[in-house]
Design a protein around this ligand. Structure first.
Ligand SMILES: C[S@@+](CC[C@H](N)C(=O)[O-])C[C@H]1O[C@@H](n2cnc3c(N)ncnc32)[C@H](O)[C@@H]1O
Ligand code: SF4
Length: 459
């Protein structure tokens, strides 16, 4: 398949509105407190009967210092002792959840996210991994996709060697921007030396995929400053880039109020940056995976996309479509069978549940047939930029044209605008429409009308 993009400024301007990132459908906004431990247990039972591999997500919420832009679920503290009771409870949760899932189900994918997982010291990380091995069936031959997010300011050669020894083989480094003024404006001072030392160490230790996180739209950024950052990183050729659009929502994320609005780049500058990013990465031989992600053509994500096997979950794009996802730790979201569920978001509530020997699930949502159908359509479009109606018709026994008549009306307008091609057989997203894939997915989102203002801008 053609994995290129075309930057159409006029089209992007016209379609620039808020929308979900579709790491799930329905989005997390549909989770409700009528779904709790009892419902979760029922879904686990059904999923054990169906069998299949597992994916585990661990949330380590702590960070040493706050980055003003940050929209992640985190707890900022200099006090490393905070990790001790959290780790105790997380290990208890691993034991509780591990007892519920069949041991015959291998853990094909595992991810530690945050916050900053490397806030934990080696002994703590080892304890968490050992506990996981004790209660779940992890691969011992490096064949699982085991990944971790690291903050290079918190990591050195030794940490990287230790992470590899613990079983991690994919790594993602937070960077955002190298420009000193931008770094000051967002309270994240991070040198090139420490960042590239971590990247090099990861390569040396045999990490199979290295990713760098950047953000465009941060205060004081210009096309020129961001191009410089990008060039410096490209010289080290990571396997993947996540280049996020800065989600500025100061009413939701208090620390973003420390960012001076007047310093934010204008929409026109952001578009210049985006265009430059697309051009530079394409020139350097990367392909556009979709929704903020670029990868080398031989990276497993790019290969999975060409083979029609890409999937999207809460961690972004993934090659493991068949796994039930077990969320562990405060705020974690899981997907087991046809339901999504989330753990308590506040640490004291999470601690209280675990201390009482209860699963910390506090809300969730059961998918109905319509949700499953729309999820299949959105996942296919966001991962592969094309959809064959007959496949969906066979899977869900519907007549696509009849079921989605109003949606197809909207798509005709998008076709006229050049975002996609629409035939009697299916949808093919154009190279110009790929950067607007969210907008195309939004057409199929039945919950969106009442919720739109709660999402960040598409570009
Ligand atoms: C949990 S952090 C990565 C690990 C580690 N805490 C670090 O910062 O190095 C996840 C990523 O989310 C992205 N991010 C955080 N806040 C964001 C925002 N407001 N808009 C867009 N991306 C954001 C950043 O690129 C960040 O690297
Ligand atoms: S970007 Fe990373 S290090 Fe910074 S506050 Fe957010 S989670 Fe913590």
């Amino acid at each position: 398949m053609d994995q290129s993009i075309t930057f159409d400024l006029d089209l992007i301007k016209r379609y620039d509105k808020s929308g979900p990132r579709y790491t799930s459908y329905p989005t997390a906004l549909e989770l409700h407190e009528g779904f709790g431990e009892a419902e979760y247990l029922q879904h686990i039972q059904k999923s054990n009967a169906a069998g299949g591999p597992l994916s585990l997500y661990f949330h380590i919420p702590f960070c040493d210092t706050v980055c003003f832009y940050c929209a992640c679920n985190k707890i900022v503290t200099k006090n490393r002792a905070h990790a001790v009771p959290y780790l105790d409870n997380l290990c208890r949760e691993v034991a509780m959840q591990g007892a519920l899932f069949d041991k015959s189900r291998p853990v094909n994918q595992l991810h530690w996210g945050g916050g900053t997982p490397t806030f934990l010291n080696y002994e703590q990380m080892k304890r968490l991994m050992d506990t996981t091995r004790e209660h779940f069936t992890l691969h011992d031959d490096d064949s699982g996709e085991y990944s971790i997010e690291v903050d290079p300011r918190e990591t050195n050669d030794r940490t990287i060697a230790q992470l590899r020894e613990l079983g991690f083989n994919r790594i993602s480094l937070g960077l955002q921007d190298f420009d000193p003024d931008v770094q000051k404006a967002v309270n994240r001072l991070q040198s090139k030396e420490q960042t590239f030392a971590v990247l090099e160490a990861a390569r040396k230790e045999g990490f199979r995929s290295t990713n760098i996180d950047l953000i465009y739209g941060l205060p004081l950024q210009t096309e020129h400053t961001f191009a410089k950052t990008l060039e410096q990183v490209l010289a080290y050729a990571p396997d993947r880039f996540s280049i996020f659009n800065y989600a500025h929502m100061p009413s939701r994320f208090k620390t973003q109020r420390q960012i001076n609005d007047a310093d934010l780049p204008t929409p026109a500058v952001k578009l210049e940056i985006l265009q430059m990013v697309g051009q530079k990465l394409t020139d350097a031989g990367y392909v556009y995976i979709g929704m903020d992600h670029f990868a080398k053509p031989d990276d497993e994500l790019a290969v999975a996309q060409r083979e029609g096997k890409l999937y999207r979950n809460f961690q972004g794009y993934s090659t493991h479509s068949d796994c039930d996802l077990v969320g562990l730790g405060v705020t974690s979201i899981g997907r087991v069978g046809d339901a999504y569920m989330q753990n308590y978001k506040e640490l004291d509530e999470y601690d209280a549940a675990i201390s009482q020997g209860k699963l910390p699930v506090f809300r969730g949502v059961d998918l109905d047939e319509d949700d499953k159908l729309r999820r299949a359509v959105i996942t296919q479009l966001i991962c592969h930029f094309e959809l064959t109606f007959s496949k969906i018709e066979t899977e869900f026994t519907i007549d696509f044209a009849e079921y989605f008549a109003p949606e197809l009306e909207n798509l005709r307008l998008m076709k006229a605008d050049g975002l996609l091609d629409l035939t009697a057989d299916g949808i093919q997203v154009s190279t110009a429409g790929r950067l607007l894939i969210r907008n195309i997915c939004m057409v199929f989102d039945k919950y969106l009308a009442q919720k739109q203002q709660q999402f960040s801008k598409v570009i």
